[in-house]
Write a protein of this length. Structure first.
Length: 878
């Protein structure tokens, strides 16, 4: 880990010396010396990190290096800060700083001497060989299924409890220790269509230890109402108080047979909070609970016996271990020998699935050799004897095996609240801002970061919570025991503190509790070492933030959720080191970004979003001063209130959304060539020519989103965009662009309010790579025909609010790969499309708010039953 700290500092020093030497002026020789010393020391750090869990002296040595590096970073950061702030009045105490750096250099000399005394310095020993990542096949959008073993019988017993049993509303609880597979089993049952079809409505929520009742109720309502919620409904729900949400949930469930899963509930208080929202009627409704605490299960329903989940048997552990470790690829010849060792490793996991999958992930990164596997087996022996909480040391084996940059990425998961699902894209940007991601060939740092995440997933240290239509990870999460490990290691390494602001030198702080205990400690204690701040709940007023921005000048990453204010204090402009700023506002009606934000010239990512309606946002005048900006996301869209946005200055910009088009688009954009994501809105017809030229120049563009009112001028997409994968068009189309020619790589297309005519299907169905198509209020024809061989790759088709559509036919051989079809609010469509029975690949059909006769025809004795009887999951919402 110390290697990571020194690595990040070394990068910073190199950048300062090579690119911003003018800032160093009088202290440059000292800084150069510092860099050289650190370079030498860093050579021994990896070796030391590998040994340090065993050897106390080495542990101390590593801590000394880390602390010296932290101190040097503080001195240099503060010095550069002063230089930046005093550009005009150049009074800087060079000699003082020089002396401080000199002191650190002498300290590092002593540390170096100790290195040889501890028998280190063998530069050759670079640890384990790393196996390249085996990427999982890209897959269609489905719930992430784990390679489940051995719980068929358990699933059967519990599904009988859910489906059968008495009429009264009862709780069915699964209890057992952490990592035993309760959530896995609950998920299997929740996704089982044979269970689900018995219930009128189903919903799932995670509770965790630090839960907010309001959020939980909101999640459940959203889950139940599913596709029927409009954006206005969501805004309304978000503004509701707990009691109102509880009433709303009660109302949704009343009179219906429901199936609710409450995953990971910790206390009887939590149950007391939520139970009032569930109507008690004799309708065979079921509430499934998973908990580590038997008493909570009993308390929730004294009449039902909790189901005690068992440990895996040795054979099952081996089955699971081999699935994870071998990934279906076995080297010739040595399976028998490997099996023997593997069974031994599996046995040492004592039947705990979490331990098995994490060790399996670790083995998957090793050479498939008896020697390597035995080495892992032996280390389990050693660790099991230690500590009270047996599982953590086993999980730590996998952590210890990570290269240092992945260690930092893994520890970052400690910053997020328990059981939360984390946006992969945001995570990549944070890692980049932190300096964890290493340059590699021609790839962007964000692309390299994606590989880091995939490796953590392959090692089973991180889980996929949601995939995109093309198989990419959209959201991820971390198991609570692995989070516990991350928190522990992060604290040990002064990497991050969670909910604690004691005087430490930790570089990061995450606040995930609702308690306001921090306020005082923050005010008294100058946590000047903190570089990254994460805050999930807001107990603090704006004065607090003002003073925080004034005092914590060295902040590099800020992530704030649920911000209840409508202003950002001017003091934010003090944070000149800021690289990542993500503020999610809650309920703000009007937001003004302060002009002082112009100072944030190190900013790489700026994300401002609000969950309630549009924010009239007067935007930063000098945004082009943020030369390092890579991602600018303002949602809803913002209007730059300057005549000429000098966007061309932002040569690193990769994603820009959503921004209103104005005269600025007439500027020169020849330098702006890194754009991969672009979102524009406004009356685009007014700027056809400059827009067309602007978009045409974006050769790397992967995602384009255009929203235009009253009309969408299709001419603006006229040059070939080779890389374009996703296209969103919102607004009436005069005609469909010749997509096959301009965007041959298109995989996702969303059309909203387009008013397409009947012949457009013939164009769309020929897009060779299209995986996802959504037509929302976009088809004005009465008839729709999908021809043989049409839509060859399409996996998801959503059609909604096409109110003129009466007649839809699917020829045999069309939709050869369709797995999900959603039909919503097509009020004149009286029946399931003719020919749907030919689409044998269909896995899920969702039908929402269709006319009554449409629903009548799909009943078992109905005329359309034959068209859908082969579909495993049919969801209907009247
Ligand atoms: N039967 C199983 N087959 C395959 N993998 C399993 C099985 N049960 C659990 N796992 C794996 O073990 C991990 C931990 O399981 P799970 O999250 O279900 O535990 P849990 O009992 O809910 O723990 P906690 O009490 O901490 O919530 C899962 O991520 C999954 O990968
Ligand atoms: Mg669980």
């Amino acid at each position: 880990m110390a290697e990571g700290v020194v690595g990040v500092l070394l990068n910073k020093l190199c950048e300062l010396i090579e690119k911003e030497a003018h800032l160093l002026a009088g202290v440059k020789p000292n800084v150069k010396l510092l860099r050289e010393k650190l370079e030498w020391i860093s050579l021994s750090l990896e070796e030391a990190d590998n040994k340090c869990s065993k050897d106390k002296e080495i542990k101390l040595w590593v801590a000394q290096v880390r602390d010296a590096a932290f101190e040097a970073e503080d001195i240099i950061d503060q010095y550069v800060y002063k230089v930046q702030k005093n550009r005009i009045n150049r009074w800087i105490p060079f000699h003082k700083i020089g002396k401080k750096i000199q002191e650190i250099n002498s300290r590092l000399d002593k540390i170096s001497e100790n290195r040889s005394k501890l028998g280190m310095g063998n530069v050759e020993d670079k640890g384990e060989p790393s196996v390249p990542i085996i990427r999982k096949e890209k897959r269609s959008p489905s719930v992430e299924e784990v390679d489940i073993v051995g719980i068929e019988d358990e699933a059967k017993i519990i599904s009988n409890m859910l489906i059968g049993g008495g009429a009264r509303t009862s709780a069915v609880s699964i209890v057992g220790m952490g990592g035993l597979g309760k959530t896995t089993l609950a998920k299997k049952l929740y996704n089982d269509i044979h269970v689900k079809r018995h219930f009128k409505c189903c919903a799932w929520t995670y509770v965790s230890q630090e839960f907010m009742l309001g959020d939980l109720l909101y999640d459940l309502i959203k889950c139940i109402k599913f596709k029927t919620l409009s954006s206005d409904d969501i805004v309304k729900l978000k503004s509701m108080k707990e009691e109102e949400l509880s009433g709303e949930l009660f109302h949704c469930l009343k009179g219906r047979r429901y199936f609710i899963v409450i995953d990971d509930i910790w206390s009887t208080d939590a149950w007391d909070g939520i139970k009032a929202s569930f109507p008690i009627e004799n309708k065979r409704s079921r509430i499934m609970i998973t908990t580590r605490n038997r008493d909570v299960a009993k308390y929730a329903d004294p009449q039902s016996k909790p189901y005690e989940l068992r440990l895996l048997k040795d054979e099952e552990s081996w089955e699971l271990l081999s699935k994870k470790a071998l990934l279906g690829v076995v080297n010739d010849g040595n399976l028998d020998e490997l099996e023997e060792v593997g069974k031994d490793v599996a046995k040492r996991c004592r039947g705990l699935p979490l331990a098995v999958v994490v060790l399996g992930g670790l083995l998957s990164r090793k050479e498939q050799s008896v020697y390597e596997w035995k080495k892992v087996g032996k280390s389990i022996d050693w660790h099991l004897d230690e500590g009270q909480n047996q599982i953590l040391p086993i999980l730590a084996l996998s952590y210890n095996d990570l290269p240092y940059y992945l260690k930092m990425c893994f520890l970052y998961f400690a910053a997020f609240p328990e059981d939360s699902s984390i946006s992969a894209t945001e995570l990549f940007r944070m890692w980049v801002a932190e300096g964890f991601v290493q340059e590699r060939g021609g790839e962007t740092l964000e692309e390299v970061a994606e590989d880091y995440l995939l490796e953590l997933i392959q090692r089973s240290l991180v889980q996929v919570a949601k995939r995109r239509f093309n198989g990419q990870v959209n959201k991820c999460r971390i198991h609570d025991l692995l989070r516990e490990l991350a928190i522990k290691k992060a604290k040990e390494n002064q990497f991050l503190n969670v909910n604690s602001v004691n005087a430490t030198i930790a570089r990061r702080l995450s606040i995930t509790t609702h308690s306001d205990i921090f306020k005082d400690s923050f005010e008294n204690h100058s946590a000047k070492h903190i570089r990254s701040l994460f805050c999930s709940f807001f107990q603090f007023d704006n004065c607090f933030w003002k003073s925080l921005y004034r005092r914590f000048k060295l902040l590099r990453v800020i992530q704030l959720d649920n911000v209840p204010f409508s202003t950002i204090p001017d003091e934010i402009g003090n944070l000149i080191y800021l690289r990542y700023l993500n503020m999610k506002f809650k309920g703000t009606r009007c937001l003004k970004l302060p002009a002082t934000m112009d100072n944030l010239y190190n900013l790489q990512t700026l994300i401002i979003s609000c969950n309630r309606g549009p924010i009239p946002l007067s935007f930063v005048h000098g945004i082009w001063k943020m030369r390092k900006l890579r991602h600018l996301h303002i949602n809803p869209s913002c209007s730059p209130n300057v005549k000429h946005m000098k966007l061309n200055e932002l040569t690193n910009l990769q994603s820009l959304s959503l921004i209103k088009v104005g005269k600025w688009i007439m500027g020169d954009f020849d330098k702006l060539a890194s754009l991969r994501t672009l979102g524009l809105d406004g009356n685009l017809s007014l700027y056809q020519a400059p827009l067309s030229s602007f978009i045409g120049k974006q050769e790397n563009l992967k995602s384009l989103s255009l929203s235009s009112s009253p009309q969408m001028p299709t001419q603006i997409i006229s040059s070939r965009l080779h890389e374009l994968e996703k296209l969103f068009l919102d607004g009436r189309l005069e005609r469909l662009p010749t997509l096959q020619e301009v965007a041959p790589s298109l995989t996702k297309l969303v059309l909203k309010d387009s008013g397409l005519l009947e012949d457009s299907m013939a164009v769309l169905e020929k897009l060779p790579k299209l995986l996802f198509l959504e037509l929302n209020k976009s088809y004005s024809g009465k008839k729709m025909c999908c021809a043989t061989k049409g839509f060859p790759m399409l996996a998801v088709f959503k059609i909604s609010s096409c109110s003129d559509l009466e007649d839809w036919a699917i020829e045999e051989g069309a939709f050869a790969n369709l797995s999900n079809l959603n039909i919503h609010r097509c009020s004149k469509l009286k029946m399931i499309p003719e020919g749907l029975h030919h689409v044998t690949t269909l896995q899920k059909l969702v039908l929402v708010q269709q006319p009554p006769e449409f629903f009548d025809r799909i009943q078992k004795d109905g005329l359309d039953w034959f068209k859908i009887q082969h579909v495993p999951s049919v969801v209907t919402i009247a």
